[in-house]
Design a protein around this ligand. Structure first.
Ligand code: S3P
Length: 441
């Protein structure tokens, strides 16, 4: 199979219902927590993408057995001291920053050295953001220039820390929270707002956690050590994967989409708030709470009179994985859009802010970049007819998917490389697009 696709025509009108696969953040957290629970957990609708499969393979190396059953994964945990790392082992996080950073938190009590490696993209990402707080628990973490491979040697003598998380990174917060469940005493975290799936799972699992929510920061206390029982969980659909289809519908003509059973946790729905401020009418139906998480069906139709936005930075964290696709809406909106303080975007699977800036310029959109801010001058008449080649984007799944949506809505003749990049988060992406009528070769 060739690893590039061609899109030469925009998508025809559609009115369809689709289902996106399970949420990636929740899938990885479920695998990790099940691997440390006491007993057998069952995880339904687990996302079967490379990031999650690498998480499963890694816990197996740590002595945890899992089995794929008909519609769930069964994971056998032996409690918070249940990893067996007899000799020096190596685990491969692949492309997943989330898994690599979270597993470090769970390895703070490992008896032997564990080496974590990753792919080219992950090897460029910073680990100081987690190794620094984790070292304060008394752990030894070794890496060159704070990059992968990262070696960790845990300790029996963990001590609680006070940690101020200023980046708004759920990965950093969660890594410390996972270390805290192994540590005697109170670990105190002051965390800038970010996705709170770990907190909700801790509460659902009845872990000793207290959370005081303030406007910009949450004050979290975890009183460890704390074992917890195995659990059953059905992972809801991924809002980040859904967002590509929401924007496809918004930017297409006379189209409508319904996506069922999507996680709409408030800390993840920045895209809905931002796009609705831009005049899209995203509607949430059948809202319900599942084990602390809010879930709904999402529907949206094509929209002609989109308008620019001065995006409030307080929404950045809750839309952090969606800015690429939001920028496409800004490109087609009337007026100027301004997004500020997006430095974290350049720390993702690829330097997304830089790549998006060049992408928008390539399709003829006027863009002004100042450090971490981007100003996009929208063009409601945007219609492309030239050839575009997208490559060298560090196989970043979201750059690939955003390029497909641009091709299917703006026109032009596109060759998009590295289609296997979608395997890290959304292996069914192209087949779902084809079901809607997209012509992709
Ligand atoms: C994630 C947190 C975010 C996000 C990533 C998934 C998580 O990263 O970009 O895709 O599951 O905790 P940061 O916490 O580094 O912002």
């Amino acid at each position: 199979m060739t690893n590039q696709i061609k899109i030469n025509r925009i998508i025809n009108s559609f009115d369809k219902e689709i289902e996106v696969s399970g949420d990636k953040s929740l899938s990885i957290r479920c695998v990790l927590l099940a691997s440390q629970a006491i007993g057998t957990s069952k995880i339904y609708n687990l996302l079967e993408s490379e990031d999650v499969i690498n998480s499963l393979k890694s816990i197996k190396k740590l002595g945890i057995k899992f089995k794929k059953k008909k519609n769930y994964y069964q994971i056998d945990g032996y409690g918070i001291n249940g990893y067996t790392t007899k000799k020096k082992i190596e685990i491969d996080a692949g492309n997943s920053g989330t898994f690599a950073r979270l597993i470090l938190g769970l390895l703070v009590n490992s008896e032997n050295e564990v080496k974590i490696i990753g792919d080219k993209s992950l090897s460029k990402r910073d680990f100081k953001r987690v190794s620094e707080p984790l070292k304060r628990f008394g752990v030894n973490i070794i890496s060159k220039n704070n990059r992968m491979p990262v070696k960790i040697i845990g300790t029996k003598y963990l001590r609680p820390i006070e940690y101020y998380e200023k980046l708004g990174s759920a990965q950093c917060k969660s890594s410390v929270m996972l270390a805290a469940i192994k540590t005697p005493g109170k670990t105190k975290i002051i965390a800038k707002k970010s996705r709170d799936h770990t907190e909700l799972l801790f509460k659902y699992l009845k872990m000793p956690i207290t959370i005081l929510k303030k406007k910009e920061y949450d004050f979290i206390t975890i009183n460890g050590p704390s074992n917890f029982s195995a659990f059953n969980y059905k992972v809801p659909g991924d809002i980040s994967s859904s967002s590509f289809f929401l924007v496809l519908a918004i930017l297409s003509t006379k189209s409508k989409i319904l996506i069922k059973n999507v996680n709409i946790n408030n800390s993840r729905t920045g895209i809905i708030k931002i796009l609705n401020k831009m005049n899209a009418k995203i509607i949430l139906k059948n809202k319900k709470i599942y084990k602390g998480e809010l879930i709904a069906d999402i529907t949206v139709s094509s929209k002609k009179n989109l308008k620019g936005i001065i995006c409030p930075s307080r929404l950045n964290s809750s839309a952090i994985d969606e800015f690429l696709i939001i920028f496409l809406v800004a490109a087609k909106a009337k007026g100027v859009s301004i997004f500020r303080n997006l430095g974290e975007l350049n720390k993702k699977e690829s330097p997304r802010l830089d790549i998006a800036t060049n992408f928008l310029k390539m399709i003829g959109i006027k863009v002004k970049r100042e450090k971490n801010n981007i100003k996009i001058f929208g063009n409601p008449n945007l219609k492309l007819s030239e050839n575009y080649v997208i490559k060298n984007f560090r196989k970043d799944h979201r750059i690939f998917m955003m390029s497909c949506i641009a091709a299917l809505t703006f026109g032009g003749m596109w060759t998009i490389h590295d289609s296997d990049s979608i395997n890290s988060s959304f292996p069914n992406f192209l087949s779902e697009l084809k079901k809607l009528g997209a012509k992709i070769n």
